[in-house]
Design a protein around this ligand. Structure first.
Ligand code: ZN
Length: 273
């Protein structure tokens, strides 16, 4: 009996180590796939899209790891989009998303492709599932637009509230909730939300701009002006965007030297669009 147990337990140990070996192989992938990806990226950077595509396709056939397969499918989706083959692009974005559910660019691109193909419900489903895993602003913004167009303000609020609960440290999402409250004229909720954010990030110009606008709508003119003044001061509101006349680089403020081409005295104020 004990010998049978011993045999069984060593059999289980063997199975465990075999399984971990297998999972190691699938998670690491074949090194040739990585090499083909590097060559594909170089070809794409050099403007040789067809060569890049066939190298990425070769990388897929070389059994890449799941995370790498997601990247390759995403790149192939982009390349197919560029040459106008939207159905092939959509299939690649879908494979990218299935290979790695945490890969936000794939979820964004898949939803965009579904929407372009007239499948708005599919797009919303993709973005909602992705936003549940990772409340990225790109996903939330797309869902917000769909809910707004569909006249569903409660969904807009619920979207940002649940994202705030899942990512309590994400202040960008917290600002998104305040912005939606403000847009829906829920001024007390907006003021409370922005005041909560202000405690954690006192120097964010956008927070003071929204507080100013909220106070102004509530008729609290003096408080509103005070917040506007703080917003302008923090945003360096007296600066004007500048661009380099030599290389075209644009920055937010005047500098003596262009940060890109390093020429001196080439930054000029950008004319209004
Ligand atoms: Zn320049």
């Amino acid at each position: 009996m004990t010998s049978l147990l011993r045999i069984l337990s060593s059999l289980f140990a063997l199975l465990r180590s075999l399984r971990s070996m297998l999972s190691w192989r699938t998670s690491a992938g074949d090194p040739r796939a990585g090499e083909l990806c590097d060559r594909a990226a170089a070809a794409r950077a050099a403007g040789r899209a067809d060569e890049a595509r066939s190298l990425f396709e070769g990388a897929l056939r070389a059994h890449p790891a799941d995370g790498q397969a997601a990247l390759i499918h995403y790149e192939l989706g982009r390349l197919e989009t560029e040459r106008g083959r939207s159905a092939a692009a959509l299939a690649h974005f879908k494979s990218a998303w299935h290979a790695d559910r945490g890969f936000v660019p794939a979820a964004v691109a898949l939803g965009d492709a579904q929407e372009d193909a007239g499948d708005l419900r599919g797009a919303v489903r993709t973005w909602e599932r992705a936003a549940e895993a990772e409340p990225a602003l790109a996903l939330l913004g797309r869902l917000e637009r769909v809910y707004r167009n569909g006249d569903r303000p409660r969904r807009m609020i619920a979207l940002y509230r649940s994202a705030c609960e899942r990512a309590p440290d994400n202040l960008a999402v917290a600002v998104g909730l305040g912005r939606v409250y403000f847009e829906l004229e829920m001024l007390d909720e907006a003021a409370e939300q922005f005041e909560k954010i202000e405690v954690r990030a006192p120097d964010m110009p956008i927070v003071h701009a929204f507080l100013g606008a909220t106070f102004e709508r509530r008729g609290e003119t003096r408080e509103a002006f005070e917040e506007y003044r703080r917003a302008l001061r923090l945003a360096r509101g007296f600066d004007w965007p500048h661009a380099c006349v030599a290389c075209g680089a644009s920055g937010m403020a005047w500098e003596d030297r262009c940060p890109r081409c390093l020429r001196l005295n080439t930054l000029r104020p950008v004319p209004p669009a």
